[in-house]
Design a protein. Structure first.
Length: 103
């Protein structure tokens, strides 16, 4: 299982800013190891962020995203004390879900 995501969510007036750092190798499938064999592709393919049971961000990613990706966005709504849930799924079916409280 991957390391926990580092999530910060901050209420800013009518909007909430969310910053997420995800721990993932994000292999493209084009790099070769020391013996010359291709390292298989292994990357986050879907990211979903929910607030109050409603999806506020849904993204489809490919192998061109950097190792340990950083995601930052804002959404309308959200109050201090509300919970957000961030979930990613990779191309091998592994997934991780973490939660944070809006400050």
């Amino acid at each position: 299982m991957a390391d926990p995501m580092r999530i910060r969510a901050t209420a800013q007036g009518d909007a909430t800013e969310v910053r997420v750092l995800m721990a993932h190798e994000m292999e493209t499938g084009t790099r070769k190891d020391s013996s010359g064999k291709l390292v298989p592709a292994h990357f986050i393919s879907n990211v979903t962020v929910s607030h109050a049971g409603k999806v506020v961000l849904s993204a489809e990613w490919g192998p061109a995203i950097a190792k340990n990706p950083y995601l930052q966005f804002k959404f309308a709504g959200g109050k201090k004390g509300d919970e957000i849930t961030v979930t990613w799924v990779d191309n091998k079916g592994e997934s991780r879900t973490d939660k944070a409280i809006i400050n």
